[in-house]
Design a protein around this ligand. Structure first.
Ligand SMILES: O=C(O)CCC(=O)C(=O)O
Ligand SMILES: [Fe+2]
Length: 254
C-alpha cells in the first residue's frame, strides 16, 4: 500500500549536463522528440526537480538544527553545529493507494513509528491522514496546509540530546478512497558517527540515559532485526541504547 522511492541527496546537486538538458532553451524541442527521448527528458527533468528540492531541504535542515540547538541552551548552536556538518539527506516519496472500499473504518496506510533521522521534513498533499501521538496516547490529526511543512524530531536527535528532544510517534490513516502522496526528507548523521550526548546538553546533575552507539548499528537494528521492528515490538532508540529503562522513563516523562 505504501510504495516508496528512495533517492540520495547527500551532496550538492549535480548540475552540468543535467541542467543543459532541462534548461528553457531546450524546452521548445520537446514536441518533436521521439517517445523514448521524451521519456528520458521527463525523467531528467524530474531528477533535476528532485535534486533541487533535496538541496532546499538540506538548507532548511541546517537552519532547523541551529534553532533546535539554541533551544537546548544559549550558544550551543555555535558550539555543536559542527556535530551535524556531515549529515546527509534522503528523500522518500510515499504513494498510498487505498483499498477500493473504505467503509466503516479508517485504514492504516503507514503504521505507528518513529523516524530514524535527526529530523524529518514532511510535505503532505491535500488529502490528509497524518497523525501524531500525544503524550497521553491520543492520535492528533495534522491537517494538510499548503503553506506548511511538518518537522519531526527523529531517534538520532533524541539520543544525541539525551531525550530532551523527543522523537515523535506518528502514522498515516487513509480516510478517503483516493490516492495520497507525501514527500519525506530525512536528515541523518553519517553512518559511522558515534552518538554520545555532550555533557552540556545532558546538563549538570543529570545522567546520560543512552550508551554511546554507532549510527549504522542502530539503523541495522531497526531495519534487520525482529527486536528492532517498531511496528511489531515498539522498540526504538530506547530499546536499543537506553542505559536503564528506569532512567529513560524518568527523563522522557519531563
Ligand atoms: O506520509 C506521511 O505523511 C508520513 C510519512 C512518514 O512518516 C515516513 O515516511 O516516515
Ligand atoms: Fe515517519
Amino acid at each position: 500500500m505504501n510504495a516508496s522511492t528512495s533517492l540520495s541527496s547527500s551532496s550538492e546537486p549535480a548540475s552540468g549536463d543535467l541542467s543543459k538538458l532541462t534548461d528553457s532553451r531546450h524546452i521548445c524541442y520537446v514536441d518533436s522528440l521521439e517517445p523514448r527521448f521524451l521519456l528520458l527528458y521527463i525523467a531528467l527533468s524530474y531528477s533535476h526537480m528532485v535534486q533541487e528540492y533535496g538541496s532546499k531541504m538540506m538548507e532548511l535542515s541546517n537552519k532547523i538544527v541551529a534553532v533546535l540547538l539554541k533551544c537546548l541552551g544559549d550558544g550551543l548552536e555555535f558550539k555543536y553545529f559542527g556535530d551535524f556538518s556531515l549529515c546527509h539527506g534522503y528523500l522518500r516519496i510515499n504513494n498510498y493507494t487505498p483499498p477500493e472500499h473504505i467503509e466503516t473504518e479508517d485504514v492504516e496506510g503507514l503504521g505507528m513509528h518513529t523516524d530514524m533521522s535527526c529530523i524529518t521534513i514532511l510535505y503532505q498533499d491535500a488529502i490528509g491522514g497524518l497523525q501524531m501521538r500525544s503524550k497521553e496516547g491520543d492520535w492528533v490529526d495534522l491537517l494538510p496546509n499548503e503553506d506548511a511543512l511538518v518537522v519531526n524530531i527523529g531517534d538520532l536527535l533524541q539520543a544525541w540530546s539525551n531525550g530532551r528532544l523527543r522523537s515523535s510517534k506518528h502514522r498515516v490513516v487513509l480516510k478517503q478512497p483516493v490516492n495520497r502522496l507525501s514527500v519525506a526528507f530525512f536528515w541523518c548523521f553519517e553512518d559511522e558517527k558515534v552518538i554520545l550526548a555532550p555533557e552540556d546538553v545532558v546538563g549538570e546533575g543529570n545522567h546520560r540515559i543512552y550508551k554511546p552507539f554507532v549510527c549504522l548499528d542502530y539503523i541495522k537494528f531497526r531495519e534487520n532485526t525482529e527486536e528492532g521492528r517498531f511496528d511489531r515490538v515498539g522498540n526504538n532508540v530506547n530499546g536499543f541504547a537506553a542505559i536503564s529503562a528506569l532512567n529513560c522513563d524518568e527523563n522522557m516523562s519531563t
